[in-house]
Design a binder for this molecule. Sequence first.
Ligand SMILES: Nc1ncnc2c1ncn2[C@@H]1O[C@H](COP(=O)(O)OP(=O)(O)O)[C@@H](O)[C@H]1O
Ligand SMILES: [Mg+2]
Length: 279
Amino acid sequence: MMSARQQAWTSDSPETPLLGGDVTVGVVRSGDTVRRPPGISSPAVRVLLEHLEETGFDGAPRYLGVDDRGRDVLSFIEGETAGRPAPEWVADTDRAISVARLLRRYHDAVASLGVPTVFDGARLSEPQGLPPALEVHRDLIGHRDITVENVVFREGAAVGLIDFDLARASSRADDICNMLQWWAPWMPAEDRPGPLIDVDPYQRTRAMLDAYSLDPAERRLLVPLARNGAERSWHLMRHRALVDGGGWRRMWDEGVGDAILRRQEWLRRNERSLIESVS
Ligand SMILES: Nc1ncnc2c1ncn2[C@@H]1O[C@H](COP(=O)(O)OP(=O)(O)O)[C@@H](O)[C@H]1O
Ligand SMILES: [Mg+2]
C-alpha cells in the first residue's frame, strides 16, 4: 500500500472553499484534506510540518504532498475555527489559555528543528525607513500569525495551529507577542473583533503567560518586542502591499496601516500596565 505521502493526489473530488484568512485565495477542503495554492513559503512549510510530524506533535496539519494541480495537500484538522465576524467564544478566557498551552507545545516540538536555511526566503527585504529589529536570540521557527482564525478548537480547547505561511526564525517571546496581539488582545478597542471589545487585556495576558509558563527573562522582552514589532510592521505591510500586491494590497487599502498606527499609540499609552501584566 502507498503511504499518504506517496499517494498521487488528484483534484476530482468535490471541493468546498475555506474562508477566513486575508491572504491566500483558493484554499479549499477536499474530503479530509486541505488544498493550498503553492506560495513562496511552501518549501519551508513542508520542512516544518514534516519535522512536527516526526516529533509526534499533533497540533498542526500533516504535510501530505502536492496534487495534480500543483497545490500543497495538508490534512484537514476537524473542529471549530473562527470566521468573520468572530464568534462570541473568542472572548472565552479558557480558550485563550488553551491557545497559550498549544503554543508552548508547538515551541517545545519545533525547537529541535533549529533554523534551517530553507527559511532564509522568509526573511523580507528591508524597505527604506524600516526601524531595525530588536536583537534577541531567534533560535526556533515561530508561527508568527496566531490570529483567531488560525487556531482550530475541539470541545472548547485549542487543538491545532494552521496557516504557517509567515513562520520564520523567532524567539519564543516574538511568537508570544504575536499571540497576545490577537488573543489578549494588545490593540485598541475600536480595532478588536466585536466579542473582544470588553475583555481585560491585562488579565488575559497574565492568564496566558502563566499557562505558557514563560520565564521571567523572556517576559521582560515582550513589551519592547511588541512596540518594535508594531513600528516595523507598518513599514513591512506597506512594502508587501506595494511589492506583493494581492491580499496584502487589499488589506492596506482597507486601512490596515492606520490600524497599526493606532496599535503603536495604544502600546505607548498603556506601556506601564502592560509591563505590570507581564511581570
Ligand atoms: N488544515 C486545516 N484544517 C482545518 N481547517 C483549515 C485548515 N487549513 C485551513 N483551514 C480553514 O481555512 C481557513 C483559511 O486557511 P488559511 O490556511 O488560514 O489561509 P489564509 O492564508 O487565507 O489565512 C482557516 O482560517 C481555517 O478555517
Ligand atoms: Mg489564515
